[in-house]
Each structure stands twice: as C-alpha cells, then as structure tokens.
Design a protein around this ligand. Structure first.
Ligand code: ADP
Ligand code: MG
Length: 332
C-alpha cells in the first residue's frame, strides 16, 4: 500500500495503533485536543524540538529507525536538563508524498522503542504533506515538583562545573559520516557514529540530581559545551573557567584521533549534539553527585569552576586560552 491510498486519517490510525494510549480515550489521540493532568503537587514541563531533512539529518536508507529514536531522544534530553520526568509526547510529521509507507513504519519503530524505554505515551500530533523533505517535530510533556526544577539561572561563583558521559563522540561521528557515507571502519568508528545517530538522553541522572537537590543549574549539551555553558553563565550572571584536559573523552574517540595534530579540541569543547548534561554544584556535594551518577550508570566529571568574570574561558593543556573556531552551531 502507498501513502496516497492510506490517506491522512488512515496514517493517523496506523500511528495511534503503534503506541499504547493513555487510559482514558479523551486523554489521547482522536479528539481536537488532549487533556493532561500532572500528578498532585507536580508542575507540567514542556519542550519541543524539530528535526528537518537536509538541516538536521540526511535520509540514507535504513537510518529512519535511528532518526525516530533521536527525534524523541533530543526532547527527552531537554526534560532531563530540567530534572523532570517525561510522561507524554506529541508527534507532528510533514511527509513527502513519495516516501514509502514501510519507511514511515521504520521511523515509527524507532519512536515507539524510545517511547517504551522511557515510559512516555503518545498523546497527539499533526500530520501533513511536505513539498521538500521529511520534517519531524516532537513536543514532550513531563512533570516535576516546581521547587525541584533545575534552571539555567542557578549557578553561583565557586560552584564546580560538571559534565556527564563523554564529549566529542557525536561531532566526530558526524564528521566521519559526512566524509564516508557508508560507515565501515571498525568498532571505534561505529561507536562514535552511533553516538551521533542514536544519542542517549540522561533522564535518570537529571531527575536524580534534581530530586536530591544536588545541582544548582543544569543544561543539556546540544550546541557544544562552551556554547551551552555560556547560556548557564549568561542566565546566572557569572562566568566559568574550564580545563580542556579534564573534558571526558571516550576510549573510542581517543583511538580515532591519536594521529590528529593539533588535537581536535573543537570537537570536544564545541562540537555539539553530545546530549550530555552540564551542571553546576557546590564543591561539598561532590561525593553525593558521584554516587547518583554511579546509580544512574553514567560517569560524571568535574571540568572547571564557576567564576564571577562574566565569560567562559577554556584553557588548553599548556595553559593558553582556547579560541573555538565557532562556539557552537547556530542556524542563521
Ligand atoms: P486537526 O484537524 O484539529 O489538526 P487532526 O485531524 O490533525 O486534527 O488530528 C486528529 C487527531 O489525531 C488529533 O487527536 C491529533 O492529536 C491526532 N494526530 C494527528 N496527527 C498525529 C500524529 N502524527 N501523531 C499522533 N497523533 C496525531
Ligand atoms: Mg491536523
């Protein structure tokens, strides 16, 4: 069957059938709007992200499953950065008329895998045709007690700056993908490419830090550490000092860049799409943070400290100041 035969409403029915629905029918797909109630004492937390073909992704055959996973992952990462628990999502699709139905099914496979992994329910969306490429927009709704939510504005001079996981894998993976459309090159290449195509949102760690009251400010690293830490500093009215040598890198990243001179600090400090968490906290919370990170199964590393300088300064291993060739990705 082709998309033209199935039609808009046939496709919506097919999408709805792929996801477990909220218990009461009026809360989910099918009416003009969805009705959402947070649990008692909780505040709703909402974020939206859009992925456009040719801008955020290319559409080589076989990667639509990962694209489905990623379109939800980037939204989950935004909620993680607030310390919120994800509960529902909305899916809006603009689909080129010629896109084969089985490719749409593969995209839905990825979305439903990720939704099941994080226990989020599909509560609605919108569907239309596209005259250019595929566009996927996901809106996510979560909840948290208002007093626990972590904003970008909470950092204070003297706080330590932390980063979860490892940085630079995704940017290196993208670089390798662009150079060499089909990925062959061994396990390390596969690892970094997968970090780009299938990022892991740090939901457990984000919630744990918020619920234990351990972090003061938090953001997810989507545009590169220096740019996103810059947002924390700007909104907190402070600055930061970072030691690039302390930025956590994966063994796979290290293996792939051994012969690169100079060392590609740009990828680590400003590459983007890491979807790791960057947060600040007073130094006396170190042990408690490391324990939460261990429970969440993700490393956490101190990479610098918050200052009152008003700007982010990154030091190279020789002590000189690193000037990124661009601080992070911007669209216009
Ligand atoms: P409207 O005409 O008001 O835009 P639609 O006919 O587009 O309404 O949508 C009908 C129902 O189907 C709504 O409940 C909407 O949330 C849901 N829906 C439409 N597209 C999607 C989608 N891609 N994913 C999930 N639900 C969808
Ligand atoms: Mg509609």
């Amino acid at each position: 069957m082709r998309l033209a035969q199935l039609g808009e409403f046939g496709l919506i029915d097919r999408i709805a059938a792929r996801f477990p629905q909220p218990l009461a029918p009026e809360l989910g797909i099918g009416d003009d709007a969805a009705l959402l109630s947070p649990a008692p004492g909780m505040q709703l937390v909402v974020s939206t992200d859009l992925l456009a073909e040719g801008v955020h992704f290319e559409r080589p055959f076989g990667q639509l499953r990962l694209l489905g996973r990623k379109s939800l992952a980037v939204n989950l990462s935004d909620l993680a950065a607030m310390g919120a628990r994800p509960r529902w999502f909305f899916l809006s699709l603009a689909i080129p008329a010629g896109l084969p139905l089985d490719e749409i099914e593969v995209l839905l496979d990825g979305l439903s895998e990720q939704a099941a992994a994080h226990g989020v329910l599909l509560a609605g969306g919108d569907t239309c045709g596209s005259r250019s490429g595929l566009v996927i927009s996901v809106t996510i709704v979560g909840e948290q007690r208002p007093e626990l939510l972590l904003r970008r504005s909470g950092a204070r001079p003297g706080d330590e700056v932390w980063v979860s996981g490892t940085l630079g894998d995704s940017a290196l993976g993208l670089q390798l993908l662009l150079k060499n459309k089909s990925v062959t090159g061994g396990a390390a290449t596969e690892y970094v490419v997968n970090r780009h195509l299938d990022p892991t949102p740090r939901c457990g760690l984000g919630q744990a830090l918020a619920e234990a009251g351990l972090a003061r400010a938090m953001i997810d690293i989507s545009d590169g550490l220096l740019a996103d830490l810059g947002h924390i500093c700007q909104q907190s009215g402070c600055g930061a000092e970072i030691a690039l040598a302390h930025l956590p890198r994966s063994p796979q990243f290290e293996r792939l860049v051994t012969s690169a001179t100079p060392f590609p600090w740009q990828l680590v400090a400003a590459g983007g799409e890491d979807y790791e968490l960057c947060f600040t906290a007073p130094a006396d919370r170190r042990a408690a943070i490391l324990e939460r990170a261990k429970t969440a199964g993700v490393p956490a590393t101190v990479v610098g400290k918050v200052t009152d300088s008003g700007r982010v300064v990154a030091h190279l291993p020789d002590g000189s100041i690193f000037q990124p060739s661009s601080a992070g990705y911007t669209h216009f």
